[in-house]
Design a protein. Structure first.
Length: 151
């Protein structure tokens, strides 16, 4: 099956250490699915939370479908995520630990099903971000020096 990516949370890799990734289904209304197919979604400032044994996605923005006049849906409404019981229990145990959170990293269609990639992540501190940037820069300089030496 082909994966059609709708939107990504590129800032998540910069702001968090990602430990585990889960694929979850998403409960949508009809116009929301059509709007997603057109790529009208944003994961900026969105997060997931386990509540009463179920996982919910907060602050994900799906712009209303322009041709659906009969349905009035809030763009940032709370959406339920569909995960297995074992996965939810694992998430409950991990998110209870200090510093761990659930963040959506990607929204895509797998066949005709809308899926969300939810990551179990731990927030980076300012000094962690600086260290990662420094390591990237050093690696890039080493690669450039290696290329220059090959010529």
């Amino acid at each position: 099956m082909a994966k059609k990516i709708v939107c990504q949370n590129k800032k998540a890799v910069h702001d968090y250490f990602i430990d585990e990734v889960f694929e979850a289904g998403m409960v949508l209304k009809g116009p929301e699915a059509k709007s997603l197919r057109e790529g009208r979604a944003s994961l900026v400032d969105s997060y997931a939370r386990v509540r009463m044994g179920e996982v919910f996605l907060y602050n994900m923005r799906i712009t209303p479908y322009p041709y659906a006049h009969h349905v009035d849906l809030e763009p940032t409404r709370v959406r339920k995520l569909l995960l297995g019981k074992k996965e939810i229990k694992r998430l409950i145990g991990k998110t209870d630990q200090k510093g761990y959170t659930l963040i959506p990293t990607k929204v895509y269609f797998l066949g005709s099903w809308a899926k969300v990639e939810v990551a179990l992540a731990k927030g980076k501190r300012k000094y962690d971000k600086r260290r990662v940037l420094k390591e990237k820069e050093m690696k890039r300089e080493m690669d450039q020096a290696r290329k220059r030496r090959e010529y």
